[in-house]
Ligand binder design. Structure first.
Ligand code: GTP
Ligand code: SPV
Ligand code: MN
Length: 611
């Protein structure tokens, strides 16, 4: 390309890498997007200090001055750029059928034409940062590399918390001449010469695009986490789910938690809950039952491979927490709070205190008398509106979690003994149900339903089916995805196959309040599940699966009324009539892509409910 007009000569300077493909790709992207500079991120503390200082200067970040939040910053987004944009997210497989009905699809060559237009000159007036990163351990057998180029320094600073980035990774990519997932991000807001920048540049038009066969990602127009930190949802779920299908493993939207019982025996559980439905909270659980210990491995993503003995082994590919701030507090999630106040965090769309700290709903029982809300307005407890955005987030290094399990650092992960699927349902779904079999567990996962939350743009509180909490993240045909899950049974050792449970922390009582206290008390449910694995806890068979027998759920010292326990745990056939109809409608959407084994599960459930 002719560099003589427009863009700066610097973009064609030799790239500081011996990886020819990487150098060529970066050059191509620079020629298309026409940044003023290309900067290769080294990942050092000095670099981070410099970039965050520049972000403070630009007004994107505010440095927190309250010593309770050392070396931490607050960012405030454009009010229209606060969540993932599912309706603007595309899976551009060669064949439309391979994207399936759960994804938006466009022909890849048409999409590339569109992207070429959008990205042409999109970085004018800005610096293009090149971020080599790895998802998961750098010493894994097959490290999963990526390189994100972005024109957002906020993205660089956030990626530095969420993944291992910089020279350490680049040198390994070079030494192995490794494949990397190319991921291009722009906020889509070129700066004309002399123009004033805004604190949070973005574009009304947003495109979050994946090419699964190429394993590449293009993201345009948003600076928000899940749309812009491309190692996270775009790579570690959408692209990785395709890799996992092809290679016989699973890339899942799950927390990983290690539990040790009073006898000192450990079990590891993974749990898939939709966005803003309790993964981070369960991952940082403080058990309320005597003698049980919980340790964190991951709070959002779990890559599971089959180990040498046929066991399922989970790895958390992330280095940080990108947690929902509201509801994270000293009483509900003290482990998260302790990690947060160690500092080194970036908060987005929370409220600022007059002392230069941050606050959000639920952090403390009582709100401060005065705050600056996430929109920059003066706020008092009787303002009648939320101070923090409901999807405001803390971004904090995971190694600041005191209860981090040592196996977090193990390159081949940890054995998973139980899998939980769970959603946010006011009715119908009881506190805990054990599946009748692996395939029955896949049925539970495939029909998982939840009320929508603020984590994605659009209506909140609408019940939707969210298979394995992966609806917005399955990078291929959802029917094939369910088949893939079902096929794990034959690939793994039958004795080592995790047991599957369905949970619901959010069922309502007659007064409309959440019946189950949740949070640390969820340890009681985990204990029952582990005792089921051990063959100790009693269960009652119901049409939908096995539920705790009277007295088998440890309620020692728990202050919940019998009416609330009944509301939380009941299996009500009358609630299951509309539920079955809704599952029937959901399954109809799969057409002939629905595995026959799951159709048979639905038929079995109907028969048992009829009987
Ligand atoms: P993402 O990061 O979007 O994937 O969300 P997440 O699944 O990690 O959800 P998170 O743990 O951040 O919780 C989301 C919201 O649910 C917060 O407001 C929590 O306070 C609330 N929550 C989490 N666990 C429980 C629980 O056991 N009971 C109740 N009632 N609320 C909970
Ligand atoms: C989610 O929405 O599931 C999140 C936040 O974990 S984001 O990274 O934005 O996807
Ligand atoms: Mn998540």
């Amino acid at each position: 390309m002719d560099m003589s007009e427009g863009s700066d000569q610097k973009v064609i300077d030799a790239a500081p890498t011996t990886h020819a493909e990487l150098a060529a790709w970066v050059q191509d992207v620079a020629e298309l997007t026409k940044p003023d500079n290309v900067y290769w991120v080294d990942g050092t503390q000095e670099e981070n200090d410099r970039l965050t200082a520049e972000l403070v200067e630009a007004g994107t970040l505010k440095k927190l001055t309250d010593p309770s939040f050392p070396n931490s910053f607050a960012a405030f987004s454009d009010p229209k750029d606060v969540a993932r944009v599912e309706e603007r997210t595309f899976i551009c497989s060669e064949n439309e059928k391979d994207a399936g009905f759960t994804n938006n699809w466009m022909d890849p060559s048409k999409m590339k034409e569109k992207l070429n237009e959008l990205f042409d000159g999109a970085m004018r007036g800005r610096t293009m940062y090149v971020i080599p990163f790895v998802m998961g351990p750098l010493d894994a057998e097959h490290p999963q590399y990526g390189v994100e180029v972005t024109d957002s320094a906020y993205v660089v600073a956030s990626m530095r918390i969420m993944a291992l980035i910089g020279n350490k990774v680049l040198r390994k990519i070079e030494a192995e001449n490794a494949f990397f997932v190319p991921a291009v991000h722009t906020v889509g807001s070129p700066l004309e010469p002399g123009a004033e920048d805004v604190a949070w540049p973005c574009n009304e038009d947003k495109w979050i695009v994946h090419f699964p066969e190429e394993r590449s990602i293009w993201s345009y127009g948003s600076g928000y986490g899940g749309n812009a930190l491309l190692g996270k949802k775009c790579y570690a779920l959408r692209i990785a789910s395709v890799m996992a299908r092809d290679e016989g493993w699973l890339a899942e939207h799950m927390l990983i938690l290690k539990l040790t019982n009073p006898e000192g025996k450990s079990y590891n559980v993974a749990a898939a809950f939709p966005s803003a439905c309790g993964k981070t909270n369960l991952a940082l659980l403080e058990p309320t039952i005597e003698g049980w210990k919980a340790e964190t491995l991951g709070d959002d993503i779990n890559w599971m491979r089959i180990g040498k003995e046929g066991e399922l082994r989970g790895v958390n590919p992330e280095y940080g927490l990108f947690g929902v701030a509201p509801g994270t507090g000293w009483s509900t999630n003290p482990n998260a709070m302790r990690a947060i106040v160690k500092g080194n965090s970036i908060f987005t769309n929370v409220a600022l205190t007059d002392e230069g700290g941050v606050w959000w709903e639920g952090m403390t029982d009582e709100a401060p008398a005065h705050l600056t809300d996430w929109l920059g307005e003066s706020w008092t407890p009787d303002s009648g509106r939320k101070a923090a955005h409901p999807n405001s987030r803390f971004c904090t290094p995971i190694d600041q979690v005191d209860m981090l399990a040592k196996e977090y650092y193990s390159p081949d992960g940890i054995e998973i003994h139980a899998i939980f699927f769970g959603g946010r349902r006011k009715t119908t779904i009881p506190l805990v149900t054990q599946s009748r079999s692996w395939t029955n567990g896949i049925f539970m996962g495939s029909t998982l339903s939840s009320e929508t939350t603020a984590a994605a743009s659009g209506a909140v509180g609408v019940v939707r089916r969210d298979p394995m909490a992966m609806l917005p993240f399955i990078g291929y045909n959802a029917g094939d995805y369910l088949k893939h899950w079902d096929s794990i049974e034959s690939k793994a050792s039958p004795e080592r196959l995790p047991k599957i449970f369905l949970v619901n922390w959010f069922r309502r009582n007659a007064e409309g309040a959440i019946a189950w206290p949740g949070f640390g008390e969820n340890s009681r449910v985990l204990k029952w599940a582990i005792e089921r694995i051990e063959g100790k806890a009693e269960a009652v068979e119901t049409p939908i699966g096995f539920v705790p027998a009277e007295g088998s759920l440890d309620l020692t010292g728990l202050d919940v009324s019998p009416a609330d326990m009944e509301a939380a745990t009941a299996v009500n056939p009358e609630e299951w009539i509309p539920e079955l109809a809704s599952i029937e409608q959901w399954y109809a959407k799969f057409g002939d892509a629905l595995p026959a084994s799951l159709r048979a599960e639905l038929d079995g459930l109907k028969e048992r409910l009829d009987a």
